[in-house]
Design a protein around this ligand. Structure first.
Ligand SMILES: Nc1nc2c(ncn2[C@@H]2O[C@H](COP(=O)(O)OP(=O)(O)OP(=O)(O)O)[C@@H](O)[C@H]2O)c(=O)[nH]1
Ligand SMILES: [Mg+2]
Length: 328
């Protein structure tokens, strides 16, 4: 289930501030010497591996990053203020390449590693610097140097944070398609999904997660029945499992137990994971039927329609809450 998140961005470090041309002036000192200060240096573009991020989604929305320029120098030998660095927070595992040459610039392989990707330009020298025995009144100063500008390619191998598990035809792929840009095959027959699909789901603010839809499980899946068992290992590393159950299922809690049992048979650790249970396709039943169904179910069952998107907000909030709890 290799899936690569890929974006290209433009970065530009800050330019150095210009040096200043100035002469000392003071009452009764008619011919003060040159005292123009140097420009400040431009800010760098810095990358940091942030263990709370799992996708490059934010970088699809904003593609250009610029660090602050240095301030120009001024009289009385004052050096300009340096520009602030711009810090790019990237998920651990992001590989940063030069987009033109495809060369790897840096591999953010561990949490919190930090690297400068583009250096800010040096500030220009003020005219005071150029004072010499032969030139007591230099009237020129240096311009600041431009900051380094680069086109970068960011690559990240995605691992699912959230796994959808359910019987064949439960509506798993429809959920993935409704909440991400992934376009898995959806059809009204069991075993439509033959291999796992991954998509990036936007949560609130700057957060996102990777959701995996695996082929439907049937009773006996852990012993090799159906298709799903081959893929159970793909959800062994997900932090959150979502049990997807069709609201039209006659025995909803029984279905939930079957699913849980299959996972447990495959790997007892799986059922100790945080989970959510989703009752999907609620647009296919009347409100009063839904009430009847819901009254027998524990609170953690979230009603959802991936088609009408009823319950969509609650669904996303519940995922976010569970993932936050796990990360904390
Ligand atoms: N009305 C309605 N139909 C849905 C909803 N979710 C899924 N369906 C339909 O249910 C059928 C099965 O949906 P899929 O998303 O393919 O189900 P799946 O769980 O991925 O199935 P497998 O891949 O075979 O395991 C399709 O015809 C969908 O259009 C829903 O929320 N409302
Ligand atoms: Mg499917």
């Amino acid at each position: 289930m290799k899936f690569i998140d890929y974006v290209e961005i433009e970065i530009a470090a800050g330019n150095g501030g210009h040096g200043c041309v100035a002469f000392h002036t003071e009452k009764f000192v008619p011919k003060g010497g040159p005292d123009g200060g140097d420009g400040g240096r431009g800010g760098d573009i810095v990358a940091v591996a942030d263990p709370h991020l799992t996708t490059l989604l934010d970088y699809r929305y904003q593609r250009k990053y610029k660090a602050q320029n240095g301030q120009p120098g001024s009289g009385r030998l004052r050096t300009g203020k340096s520009g602030e660095d711009t810090v790019l927070r990237l998920p651990v595992g992001t590989i940063i390449k030069d987009a033109e040459s495809d060369e790897v610039i840096y591999d953010l392989d561990k949490p919190h590693v930090r690297t400068s990707l583009a250096k800010g330009g040096r500030g220009g020298r003020g005219n005071a610097f150029f004072k010499s025995p032969t030139n007591q009144t230099p009237r020129t100063a240096q311009n600041g140097r431009p900051g380094v500008a680069l086109n970068l390619a960011l690559e990240l191998k995605l691992l699912a944070d959230v796994g959808l598990v359910g019987l064949p035809n439960a509506g798993k792929s429809t959920i993935l398609a409704s909440f991400s840009a992934a376009r898995p095959k959806i059809a009204d027959y069991p075993f439509t999904t033959l291999k796992p699909n991954l998509g990036i789901v936007k949560l609130r603010e700057f957060k996102s997660c990777v959701m995996a839809d695996i082929p439907g499980l049937i009773e006996g899946a852990a012993d090799g029945k159906g298709l799903g068992h081959q893929f159970l290992r793909h959800i062994q590393r997900t932090g959150l499992l979502i049990y997807v159950i069709d609201v039209n299922e006659i025995d909803i809690t029984g279905t939930f137990e079957v699913l849980k049992q299959e996972l447990e048979n495959f790997d007892p650790h799986l059922v100790t994971r945080p989970y959510l249970a989703v009752i999907t396709k609620i647009d296919t039943v009347s409100e009063s039927d839904l009430k009847d169904v819901s009254k027998d179910l524990p609170d953690e069952y979230i009603p959802l329609s991936a088609v009408s998107r009823q319950g969509a907000r609650e669904f996303i909030e519940a995922i976010e809450k569970k993932l936050d709890q796990r990360r904390a």
